[in-house]
Ligand binder design. Structure first.
Ligand SMILES: [Fe+2]
Ligand SMILES: [Fe+2]
Length: 140
């Protein structure tokens, strides 16, 4: 199925975020890759959050608000996703005074990956199938 054009920028941001998650996890070491120190990972995550995650959440919250009130199952899914946005943002804020940074970075990356996969594999598709008329009118 062709992806709706309103979802394309969100999906591209997901790809960048998933890549960042991979690099931030404990098992990030690829054979040819430089393994980042905890501090390097934190700096990297802060940069990615500011450049990609914050504008992504703004776009997504906008789309989700427009989608609310048309389909009970989608409403239910969106409420759960928005709670996850709060939870993930909190996990991010707490990194600044973490005393187990590697662990907390790993947990954040794992939660964000799960969240994004759920959006990519299920909820974006549901929205695209059931509410294409909403997506037609999205302006970022
Ligand atoms: Fe999201
Ligand atoms: Fe997302």
């Amino acid at each position: 199925m062709q992806l709706h054009s309103s979802l394309v920028p969100l999906i591209e941001e997901h790809q960048r975020l998933l890549e960042a998650c991979r690099k931030s996890k404990k098992d990030a070491a690829g054979a040819s890759q430089h393994v980042m120190s905890e501090q390097e990972k934190l700096d990297f995550v802060v940069t990615v959050f500011k450049a990609v995650m914050v504008p992504h959440l703004q776009k997504e919250d906008h789309v989700f608000e427009l989608c609310m009130g048309h389909d009970p199952e989608i409403d239910h899914c969106i409420k759960a996703l928005m709670e996850e946005h709060h939870h993930i943002s909190k996990m991010y804020s707490r990194l600044m005074d973490s005393n187990q940074l590697d662990e907390d970075l790993h947990n954040l990356a794992t939660s964000l990956e799960e969240h994004i996969n759920k959006e990519n594999d299920k909820i974006y598709l549901m929205i695209q199938e059931r509410l294409p008329f909403i997506l037609d009118n999205v302006k970022y």
